[in-house]
Design a protein around this ligand. Structure first.
Ligand code: ATP
Length: 314
């Protein structure tokens, strides 16, 4: 099989309320409400699907909110292979004000049990036999242990399935600390600083750290995304600088997830290192050019792909 499995452990229904002025301690009425299936791994899956690569989605969902997410995934043609639980999945609310200001109310989501963690691991292990690559994105649900991603990476290694891990904080640290490593991580500048324990001075500093710090030398691919400045990547012992053109940004939210989608597709298609990196920068850029989060216009792919350049630095 050459299918990709995109994992979202704590998906949500993302509700957006356009309320120019939010008044406190009184009634606010709102129309033009949108409610969409959200979660970083779902953004990844949507973009992989738009690139016509076979993809399925999994994680944990439940209740009527879970049913809504499931229905929405099927509507866009995504295979839904979540573990279904009895607890309700979460809503996340974004209140959109003037001038692009935004107030977010993020539910923690269901509190899960140790038994549900075991059920999920069994469910995930079964799915591994159908796929060649797994992407793991975002944070863990309450109640699951911090080493869950490490456990998933170990299970994937047993079946020779590649793993791309895009997380932050404890679940990222734990995810790269197990005996088996993910094939690739895609930290942004903030996440790199968290991992190293200090803010990096410049790209030379970043390059030194990628080549010398054990947490990175143990990993085959580390792709550090730099927003409008493209990316710096370490593959094996080689460093690549990826440069992108200046573009018109409409909504940058989800560009990290779209970058992960590009990396997953490139690697799953056994593309060369420069092509994988260019694909990822292209999907990241195309996402910023769309209003919708985790969405690209595939008809623009070739044009922007050809504007990305990759230079080997060492
Ligand atoms: P997010 O958390 O918003 O999903 P991130 O911080 O994980 O994103 P970024 O490094 O901001 O990831 O962006 C990922 C990629 O998307 C970049 O490497 C680039 O290709 C593209 N991108 C993001 N912002 C811009 C921008 N302002 N201009 C051009 N490309 C961008």
């Amino acid at each position: 099989s050459n299918k990709i499995l995109a994992i979202t452990m704590n998906p949500s229904v993302d509700i957006s309320y356009p309320i120019t002025h939010l008044d406190i301690d009184t009634v606010n009425r709102v129309s033009n409400v949108t409610k969409t299936a959200g979660g970083k791994g779902l953004n990844v899956a949507r973009v992989i699907h738009q690139l016509n690569e076979p993809v399925s989605t999994s994680g944990v969902l439940g209740g009527t909110i879970g049913d809504y997410i499931s229905k929405q995934l099927k509507e866009v043609g995504l295979q839904e292979q979540f573990l279904h639980i009895t607890q309700e999945s979460r809503n996340c609310i974004a209140i959109l004000h003037d001038d692009g200001q935004q107030t977010e109310i993020l539910e923690a989501g269901p509190a899960l049990t140790a038994q549900q963690q075991e059920e999920f691991m069994q469910h995930f292990t079964n799915l591994l036999s159908e796929v060649s690559l797994v992407t793991i994105s975002g944070s863990l649900p309450q109640g699951f242990t911090a080493d869950l991603y490490a456990q998933m990476i170990e299970a994937a290694a047993k079946q020779n399935v590649k793993v791309i891990l895009d997380s932050s904080g404890k679940s990222l640290t734990a995810g790269i600390s197990g005996a088996n490593k993910p094939l690739l991580i895609k930290p942004n500048q903030e996440e790199i600083a968290q991992l190293v324990g200090r803010k990096l001075k410049d790209l030379t500093d970043l390059q030194e750290v990628l080549l010398n710090e054990e947490i990175f030398t143990n990993l085959e691919w580390v792709v550090v995304s730099l927003g409008k400045d493209g990316a710096l990547a370490k593959v094996g012992q080689e460093i690549y600088r990826v440069s992108i053109p200046k573009i018109n940004v409409v909504n940058p939210v989800g560009s990290g997830d779209s970058t992960v989608a590009g990396l997953a597709v490139g690697i799953n298609r056994n593309e060369t290192i420069p092509t994988v990196l260019k694909t990822a920068m292209t999907t990241g850029m195309l996402n910023t050019m769309e209003k919708e989060t985790g969405h690209i216009d595939p008809s623009l792919f070739d044009e922007y792909f050809n504007k990305v350049s990759v230079e080997k630095l060492n």
